[in-house]
Design a protein around this ligand. Structure first.
Ligand code: FES
Length: 110
């Protein structure tokens, strides 16, 4: 894997998110209340809502438009809704957030 530094953990409030522009498009990076980070496409598979503006609860995010709930870990919609958002490996090292650049690049080629 090739990790790319996309900013400090402190730049994202707990239960918040920020958008990272990559060659693959906009990726939403979420921080949970217990300081885990997750990255997924910033586009809801329902009607394209900006997931980065959704509500983070536990390891899930609720889309701001029609309240579909997605697992931050798998990108799968929960409950009766169906759909999946592409997720990307993310980790924290020394207070910095790292994303797997290999996976982001692969998406461009796909
Ligand atoms: S656009 Fe996300 S639930 Fe409708």
């Amino acid at each position: 894997m090739s990790w790319v530094d996309i900013g400090a953990l402190a730049d994202i409030p707990p239960q918040g998110a920020r958008v990272v522009k990559t060659a693959a498009g906009c990726v939403a990076v979420f921080r949970t209340a217990d300081d885990q980070v997750f990255a997924m496409d910033d586009r809801c598979p329902h009607k394209g809502g900006p997931l980065s503006e959704g509500i983070v609860h536990g390891a899930s995010v609720t889309c701001p438009l029609h309240a579909w709930v997605f697992s931050l870990e798998t990108g799968m919609a929960q409950g009766a809704d169906s759909g999946q958002v592409a997720t990307y490996p993310a980790r924290i090292e020394g207070g910095r957030i790292l994303l797997d650049a290999t996976r982001l690049a692969r998406r461009v080629a796909a």
